[in-house]
Structures are given as structure tokens and as C-alpha cells.
Write a protein that binds this ligand. Sequence first.
Ligand code: FAD
Length: 222
Amino acid sequence: MKVVLLEHTPHPDSVVAAAARLCYSSSDIEIIRKRLEGPKADELVKKLIAMGHESPLEHVSFTFGIEDVSRALSHQLVRHRIASYSQQSQRYVKFADFDYVVPPSILADDHARAKFTEAMEYLSQVYGELLQSVPAEDARYVLPNACTTKLIATMNARSLYNFFNLRCCRRAQWEIQQLAWEMLRQVKEVAPAVFSAAGPDCWGAQGCGEGDMSCGDPPERT
Ligand SMILES: Cc1cc2nc3c(=O)[nH]c(=O)nc-3n(C[C@H](O)[C@H](O)[C@H](O)COP(=O)(O)OP(=O)(O)OC[C@H]3O[C@@H](n4cnc5c(N)ncnc54)[C@H](O)[C@@H]3O)c2cc1C
């Protein structure tokens, strides 16, 4: 898996702080921004998040390049609707000898790994043969969930909070969990105040929302 934070709104912590202060101030925006320089902005953003006043978080966006992930992952990722995606097409790109992701449980089991590799080789061969006679958009019907893909994804901070709540959770599927933790690590570097409280559901004020399905073992705070 390769994940890179490609771009983000400049000065995310201070943009969110200014948007929050604006709601409660009679001052002009430039004056609000000047007054908020330094640690004051961070304090305000943290207070805002603790209060659950989330809409100012929508003013800052983060764009990620995501490569070498499976289609099983991307299918889950694009269920997060408050986001924008561009994904490599299986209609326009032909995948001679397609790459694929092998889940750790399969890697760890000799028999499962052999069966898995055999299936991938067979599907690759059938796909290659089909490409000789039918369009790629039809040949792709035999491509597996394991097939790698690449996407560019953009989410605002509010949507990322929801994404991290759900996908940093130990109950989320392992591959998207890995992606979510890596995205969280990267956004915290550029917007430490905005993402100060971001993480799995169980880190929030309400605690774990998984009920009987709870793992009972919250990940250590980062
Ligand atoms: C552990 C786990 C297991 C899952 N299992 C399944 C499964 O078995 N089957 C399955 O289909 N999905 C499953 N999902 C996907 C899940 O149901 C959501 O589709 C996905 O997590 C996206 O979350 P979201 O809707 O909150 O995000 P977004 O689409 O980004 O939406 C963010 C928020 O906006 C609001 N919102 C967005 N759209 C609407 C709308 N149309 N109406 C009202 N409010 C809206 C909601 O408050 C929502 O939480 C699973 C997710 C997880 C984390």
C-alpha cells in the first residue's frame, strides 16, 4: 500500500479557527485571523471539537494519492460519500499480468497461499485470453477483488473524522484499517489541532459504538 497526502488547504488549523471564531465575533475576518495567530488558534479548534461544533471543519480539505490497494478496499472506501474520488479505470486500462494484494491470513497459510496464487494465475490467463476477443470493459468481469487499483481521494476534515471513527476501529477490515491509520498519521502532521481528537470511535466522548460487537480493547492513543 502506498499513501501520500498530495495536497491540503493551506494553514488548516488557522482556517478552521477563523471560521469558528467568526460565528461568535462582530470583527472583520482579517482582524479575526490576526488575533488568532499562534497557540490561540489551536486552543480554539480543540475547544470547538470538544463542543461538537463540526461544520467549521468542512472548510479544509485533504487530497490523498492511494496506490497498490485492492479493489476490495476501494469498494469500501468509496462508500464514504462525503468525498471526491478518481479511480484507475478497468475499462480504459488493460491489466496484462495484473498485480494483486494477498491478505496476511492467506500469506501465513501455505495451503491457502498456494490455492490463492493458483486462482490468480488462472484468472490472469483467462483475462488475457478474453482481451483477444472482447473489449477490456467485458474482460474485466473475471478480475478479482484482490486486483490492485489506484485512486486520488479528497475529503474535508469533518468527513475524515467520520472516516477515522469508522475505519480506524479494530472491527474495520484490515486493509482499510491500515489505510485509515496511515491517513490519520499524515493529516496529524499538517493539521495537529484539527485532528487532535480524530481516531477510532472509542477515542471519542461517547466511547465505542459497536455494542455487543465491541472488541473491548481500544487502540493506544497516538
Ligand atoms: C465495520 C464496518 C462494517 C460495514 N459493513 C457493511 C455491510 O455489511 N454492508 C454495507 O452495505 N455497508 C457496510 N459498511 C459501510 C457503512 O454502512 C457505510 O456505508 C460506510 O462506512 C460509509 O459511512 P458513512 O455513510 O457514515 O459515510 P459518508 O457517506 O461519507 O456519510 C457521512 C455522513 O453523512 C450523513 N449522510 C450521508 N449521506 C446521507 C444520506 N443519504 N442520508 C442521510 N445522511 C447521510 C450521515 O450522517 C453519514 O454518517 C460497513 C462499515 C464499517 C465501518
